[in-house]
Structures are given as C-alpha cells and as structure tokens.
Design a protein around this ligand. Structure first.
Ligand code: LLP
Length: 384
C-alpha cells in the first residue's frame, strides 16, 4: 500500500514508528462531515482512540466536538482547538479533580453513569456556582456482537445505568438543583460491523423517549455513542468507513423530535485507517513448522493483538522475494503474549526488512507503554 518513494523514505526513519497518512484522515473527515450534514447529526471524536496533537488539531478544524474520558483528555482537546462547548466528558469513574476542572472549562455535558457521581457533580457545580449539563448513560441491554472484551451494552457490563431504572433516576436527578438533564447516552461496544445492534438501539431509545414524554420531559440530546467498525482485513479497499450507511439506518429507525439532536462518538472509524506501525525485523529463527520473525516492535508499541486477539493486516514492505514463507510474527518483549500473529504468510523475510501493521491509527499509539523500559515509537506524518 506504500509506493517506492515512501518505502525508500521509511528506510531512513528509526524504527519502530507510527506513520500517519494525513490525506486519508482529511478525506475521512470530509466524508464524515458530508454525511453528518445530510441528517444534521453531530459527532464528538472519541479522543481515547488517538490523542496525538497533530491529529486532534486536524479533527477539531473540521468543527467536530470531542468525547473525553479523563480530565487530561479534556485539557488536551481544548489545547488542540476543540471548543469547550463541544466537549462531552464520559467515563465510569471521574475523580472530583477531573469533574472540577471540566466545570471550570465550561464543557458542554457530563455523560454520567451512576447516582453517586451525579450527586458529586451536583455538589461541585454548586460550589462553583454553576449548572452542569448532564446526560445519563444507560445500559440498553443490547449485544453488539463484537469482541467480548470491547462489548459494553449488556447488563453485566460495568458501564451505564440499567435502562429499566430510567424513571427512578430521573426523579433523583430532578432533586439535584445544580444539574440540568439534557440527554440520554448509550454506547454498545466497539468495532461493530453488523449494524443490526444499532437498529435495536434505536428501538430501545424510541421506547425510552416515549417514557420521557409521558413524564413531560423533553431531552434535547440522543447520543448513540461510537463503535462503527473498520475493515482490518482489506484496509486498502475500504479505507474510509461507510458512515452514511449507519446514518441512513439511524435516520430510518430513530424517532427524533424537532428540538432534538442526534450525537455520535466515533473514534476508531475516524482515525483507524490513517495509521500504520512500521517495524524492522531483528532476527528470524526456525520454530515448529513455522519460522519466527522477531521484530523491534512489541506489544508495548501495539497492544491490540496481545490484549484482544485483534487482527491487523501485516506486510513485509521491503522484501523483493517472489515466494512467501509462514511466520509467527513476534516482538522482543519478555512475555509469551508478545505475539502479533501466528502462522502468517509473508514474503520471505530476513533481518533488516520492514514490516507494516496496517489500520493501527486507533488504539495504537495511545496505548503504547514503557514496559521493559522500552523506547517509545517515533511518529512520522505523510507531510514530512
Ligand atoms: N464512546 C464511548 C462511551 C466509548 O467507551 C468508546 C470506546 C467510544 C465512544 C469510541 O468507540 P469507537 O468508535 O472507537 O469504537 N482499545 C479497544 C477499543 C476500546 C473502546 C473503548 N471505548 C481496541 O483497540 O479495540
């Protein structure tokens, strides 16, 4: 997927490194913007997927909001040009310090998922002499049919408040004078490719909106969360996700009143395909039935395969060999789980070859760790 000039340039970079294709990022953002405009939907970019400052600044320049899950993400988003009035602050455990700093910055809304937290936000807002806008994160009891480690919408998940308790929670929030309830928030999981669960989510939302109307409540925000998946198998073919397909489905299935706005919080689908991790082969050695390709990148640089058993397309981008070999592609870390792929077919591989891991723009760089006191990967962009 890289041309000869790019590969020649890569040979001069120190490895391992993340490489971001900013043109692809911009193309993705333009497509997303056009799809949002078609239906008047609002997207908050999920900063957790990639908080690289250059990337955040590009995303904010398109007018999108930011979905943050820590006080530092809120600060980073503001620093990179996101309007505080377009920042939502979610997360199952926000500390007092984080809540306070977000209140001071005047963010748009707290997505809250427990009664205790609502009480804390209320009392901190009272001290600050502010009214905090809140949306309730409800657990809709829907299976997103994705990797069970990133599935969040079922009743045994730590996320959200049971949707059956809506009336109870509303009565509770109405007693908290420094809160203004403005919406409902859902997020059923990540890397969702079969859109059927979103249809069920729309139906659940419609049901809950009906209950709200009966209570005489008109909440202006319906936030359906993130989760739209990307094609890890054919990134070259499907480099820009089909936002419009999801939006069409939501438009046809979600009841939205004139005063209401539909929000999404996409992370992976915005940044996933624009990032590649490039690593160098340190050694090869024979194993049982396959050879090992031992790279200078390990799970400290890209943890998704080790943590979730996630698949990334892997390619030897410098080998001139005409034949393929079968490799266990592994890292240098002193842990047996430091394996990127088992029995993967790659062009015949030797020491010094460059190996690309595609679709690494989301939950790649941001999940880098310093385990084994390893260096952090370098970062390069298509423009330099
Ligand atoms: N909103 C909420 C409340 C979330 O928890 C998440 C992701 C998102 C939005 C963004 O979801 P996305 O559009 O990126 O699917 N590290 C894992 C993914 C964890 C997702 C956590 N929550 C991975 O590498 O697959």
């Amino acid at each position: 997927m890289f041309n000869t000039d790019q590969i020649e340039k890569f040979k001069t970079f120190s490895t391992p490194f993340y490489y971001y294709d900013l043109d692809l990022l911009k193309k993705t953002l333009e497509t997303l913007k056009a799809s949002c405009d078609k239906y008047g939907f609002m997207v908050h970019y999920a900063v957790k997927a990639n908080a690289n400052k250059k990337i955040l600044s590009i995303i904010s320049s398109y007018g999108f909001g930011a979905d943050c899950v820590s006080g530092n993400e809120v600060k980073r988003a503001v620093e990179c040009g996101f309007d505080a009035q377009k920042i939502v602050f979610a997360g199952v455990g926000k500390s007092d310090k984080e809540i306070l700093s977000a209140l001071k910055l005047g963010i748009f809304c707290f997505n809250s998922e427990s009664l205790q937290e609502l009480e804390v936000i209320n009392s901190l807002a009272e001290k600050e002499n502010k009214i905090a806008q809140v949306a309730l994160r409800l657990n809709p009891g829907i299976d997103a049919h994705t990797n069970k480690k990133i599935n969040t919408g079922l009743s045994d998940s730590k996320f959200g408040i049971d949707f059956n308790k809506l009336e109870e929670i509303i009565a509770f929030v109405q007693g908290l004078k420094n809160l203004k309830l403005i919406g409902l928030h859902f997020h059923i999981g990540s890397q969702i490719l079969d859109l059927e669960p979103y249809k069920l989510l729309c139906e659940r939302s419609n049901e809950l909106q009906k209950k709200l109307s009966n209570l005489g409540l008109n909440l202006e925000v319906i936030n359906l969360g993130g989760g739209l998946g990307i094609d890890y198998y054919k990134p070259e073919k499907n480099s820009v996700p089909d936002f419009e397909k999801l939006f069409d489905l939501v438009h046809s299935n979600l009841n939205v009143k004139d005063f209401q706005k539909v929000h999404f919080e996409f992370g992976r689908s915005i940044v996933g395909q624009c990032g590649t991790l490039v690593s160098k082969v340190l050694y090869t050695k024979p194993g049982e039935g396959v050879d090992f390709a031992i790279l200078d990148a390990g799970f400290t640089d890209l943890i998704r395969p080790a943590l979730y058993g996630a698949y990334h397309k892997i390619e030897n981008i410098t080998s001139q060999a005409l034949e393929n070999g079968v490799y266990d592609v592994v890292g240098p870390i002193c842990e047996s789980t430091d394996v990127f792929a088992k029995a993967r077919s790659l062009k015949k591989t030797k020491r010094g070859d460059l190996i690309a891991f595609y679709s690494a723009g989301a939950y790649g760089e941001i999940m880098v760790s310093g385990y084994n006191l390893r260096d952090f990967p370098e970062i390069y962009y298509s423009e330099n």
